[in-house]
Ligand binder design. Structure first.
Ligand code: PGA
Length: 255
């Protein structure tokens, strides 16, 4: 059984006062039936780790550099994230791919570094609106998967997030059938590449406009093991009901 995962991506949002939201989340979910991960901006990671010590929330980064150290002004390495207590990092988010020209090959290098530093990697894939309309979504996702995911991946250090670019921050979400088709495809590809055991154990998240009112339906889709949530992860008030929907989906059907 894969343990469900609710991950929050705060993007370039959050000041020190936002750490109160972490206290509120930890208080609302002291012993959750799923894993909880928050990826705040780099400026808050160390303080967030301190705040969350001994509680249910893990803290992660939103990207890292492809070197462990060196002359790279403004960048942060995987070992630096690990050093301050982060346990995971989001890689290859479509905003990084678009704003910083990260290719899938780059993402694979970042993921190798992050996994070598002992971080769990949440690798994002997703098609644009244009690609979806041209009906080659699975080709796009297939290529992103094979190029972005390093051979060093395991069920523990890899999480894959399917995030259609057109659904991010737009309030538009794919149909349940569209999400299911892509998630089943990702699962099959992982099983093919890494073998059935490993492929089966990697968690697959859906991301893009996940909110309290659509979470239950999304979490009922096959091979959806949780969500990567942007806007609705910024406050405990918005994120809590999503966590509750995920916990409910983790219970056996007859309970
Ligand atoms: P959103 O962002 O939930 O605000 O759509 C999701 C993401 O980009 O990870």
């Amino acid at each position: 059984m894969r343990r469900k995962l609710a991950a929050g991506n705060w993007k370039m949002n959050g000041l020190r006062s936002s750490l109160d939201e972490l206290d509120a989340l930890a208080k609302a979910h002291p012993d959750p039936d799923c894993d909880l991960l928050i990826c705040p901006p780099a400026t808050l990671i160390a303080a967030a780790v301190d705040r969350c010590q001994g509680g249910p929330l893990r803290i992660g980064g939103q990207t890292c550099h492809m070197n462990m150290e060196g002359p790279h002004t403004g960048d942060i390495s995987a070992q630096m994230l690990r050093d301050v207590g982060a346990t995971a990092v989001i890689l290859g988010h479509s905003e990084r791919r678009a704003d910083h020209g990260e290719s899938s090959e780059d993402v694979r290098t970042l993921a190798q570094m992050a996994q070598a530093a002992g971080l769990q990697t949440v690798i994002c894939v997703g098609e644009s609106q244009f690609q979806r309309e041209a009906t080659n979504t699975l080709d796009i996702i297939g290529a992103q998967l094979s190029l972005s995911i390093p051979d060093s991946s395991t069920g523990e250090n890899l999480v894959v997030a399917y995030e259609p670019i057109w659904a991010i921050g737009t309030g538009q979400i794919p149909t349940a059938d569209q999400i299911g088709e892509v998630h089943d495809f990702i699962r099959a590809r992982l099983e093919q590449r890494f073998g059935y055991g490993v492929g089966k154990s990697v968690r697959l998240l859906y991301g893009g406009s996940v909110k309290a009112d659509n979470a239950q339906e999304i979490f009922g889709i096959s091979n959806v093991d949780g969500a990567l949530v942007g806007g609705a992860s910024l406050t405990a008030k918005d994120f809590s009901p999503i966590i509750e929907a995920l916990e409910a989906s983790a219970l056996p059907a007859d309970s």
